[in-house]
Write a protein that binds this ligand. Structure first.
Ligand code: NAI
Length: 430
């Protein structure tokens, strides 16, 4: 990792805050502005990487990382209280920020803490952290977030953490959090500023078709109001007119099309406000909003290795897009798709997949249905190997991704050749 000097606005250590609302003591998070530096972690952890031969993952944790993880461990059992208190502080101290959040905060509750946990988890791994934060910064444009909002959020976040991690909170911990938050927010602000020059904060898109495939799964096709560049295998965030400011993730179910239309496979899940609205309320003519494309589950076209693709339930959507992408590149590489469902009825896209198989001799599609099966998905895939030469793509429920990664590794596929979307994002996709 290239070391960069601390930024001029790096915060000095602050005295511990008293989180009580009656106290005037507040952590001061410096005001950030756009910097020209991209892709680096400027202020945090200048004592890290003492063993240059080791990858970031294997380095011993820096002192800041140790303090941050200690805080996270202390607040983990009371995560809900921390997020509620954080939002209460934010809305009381900065009422002007309330309209940026959904009317009901239920759906929003643990998003912030999850984002922080992810950042804290990778605090000593700048390439992973920077990539994650840049996406987060770009993604925040659609909420109307501006650079001047970040210090307010940081101050309230530190207020909430200091209250609920009081057992380990001290001057050094607070200084570590101020440094970490300053760095995190700067990377996000820079990514948003760079993105502003090349893309809108969001796209409007009109529903042009709505195809109810089962009582709870719909294929929704939309026409964006402006060109929407993306790669097969990526996903986007989507807001319906019925639940303003509640955004959910869906994968593109097709590779980019010449007519510019985008399709999504949506399953209505219990308490899934957005998914129920999309399946049961949306009609042609309705207008939704889309955030920017994101995700790295894309095909590596520099190799001709075979592709082993596992799609569970509506997780088949991006797998279909990947198949179309391979077809468009004209590469003669073998693509083996396993489509998992709990019942026959759940295989709502099997006809489409079998049609693709008919047109492409390099493609094989197999359905794996749990009901009555001897071996369940994804273990059932083992019988068709060997797979050690394949690149693997996994898409489906979080439990399937977790067990799928273990299963594929047991087939001899190295971790770096197994691609899937972040499990944290999937949990938030309902
Ligand atoms: N709609 C979309 O664009 C995308 C959706 N997803 C995710 O895919 C999921 C789809 O949900 P459903 O259609 O209800 O799928 P589901 O719950 O009916 O399961 C589909 C398949 O995954 C297997 N599976 C489920 N849990 C498992 C576990 N713990 N271990 C091993 N296998 C397991 C099932 O046996 C079945 O074969 C959702 O979590 C969604 O967030 C993922 C990518 C894209």
């Amino acid at each position: 990792m290239a070391q960069t000097p601390p930024l001029p606005w790096s915060a000095p250590a602050q005295p511990p805050t008293t989180p009580d609302e009656t106290s005037s003591a507040r952590a001061r998070v410096p005001v950030q502005r756009s910097s020209s530096r991209q892709g680096t972690l400027p202020a945090l952890d200048t004592t890290s990487a003492p063993f240059p031969g080791l990858s970031p993952r294997d380095q011993p944790p820096s002192p800041d990382a140790v303090r941050i993880r200690r805080t996270m461990a202390e607040v983990a059992p009371v995560a809900e209280k921390v997020t509620s208190y954080f939002h209460a502080l934010l809305f009381v101290r900065h009422p002007g920020l309330r309209p940026l959040f959904p009317a009901s905060m239920d759906a929003q509750r643990d998003r912030l803490l999850r984002a922080l946990l992810t950042a804290a988890e990778h605090i000593d791994n700048p390439p992973v952290l920077v990539d994650y934060l840049q996406n987060l910064g770009r993604g925040h444009r659609k909420y109307g977030t501006r650079a001047e909002h970040y210090p307010a959020v940081g101050e309230c976040l530190i207020g909430a953490l200091s209250k609920y991690a009081s057992g380990s909170w001290d001057r050094e911990t607070e200084a570590a959090w101020v440094r970490a938050y300053t760095t995190i927010s700067q990377v996000m602000i820079d990514a948003a500023a760079a993105d502003e020059l090349r893309a809108p904060a969001w796209w409007f898109a009109e529903v042009v078709s709505h195809d109810l495939r089962t009582p709870d799964v719909a294929v929704v096709t939309v026409r964006p109001d402006q060109p929407y560049p993306f790669l097969a295998g990526q996903y986007t965030s989507l807001e319906t007119p019925w639940w303003p400011r509640i955004w959910r993730h869906y994968s593109f179910a097709s590779a980019p099309r010449s007519d510019g239309l985008l399709s999504f496979h949506v399953k209505a899940v219990p308490a899934g406000w957005v998914s129920n609205a999309l399946v049961h309320r949306a009609h042609p003519g309705d207008v939704i909003r889309l955030g920017p494309p994101t995700g790295s589950m894309t095909v590596d076209h520099t190799t001709d290795s075979g592709l082993l693709c596992l799609g569970g339930g509506t997780g088949i959507a991006p797998i279909k897009a990947l198949v179309e992408d391979v077809a468009e590149h004209g590469a003669r590489r073998s693509v083996e798709v396993f489509y998992g469902a709990r019942t026959d009825h759940g295989l709502y896209a099997i006809d489409t997949m079998l049609r693709l198989q008919q047109s492409h001799p390099w493609l094989s599609v197999r359905a794996v249905v749990d009901q009555g099966a001897r071996l369940r998905f994804p273990e059932a895939v083992r019988a068709y190997g060997p797979w050690h030469d394949y690149d693997a793509y996994l898409s489906g429920p979080p439990g399937m991704i977790r067990s799928g990664v273990d299963t594929l590794r047991s087939f001899g596929i190295p971790s770096e050749r197994i691609r899937h979307d972040s499990v944290e994002e999937l949990v938030l996709a309902q």
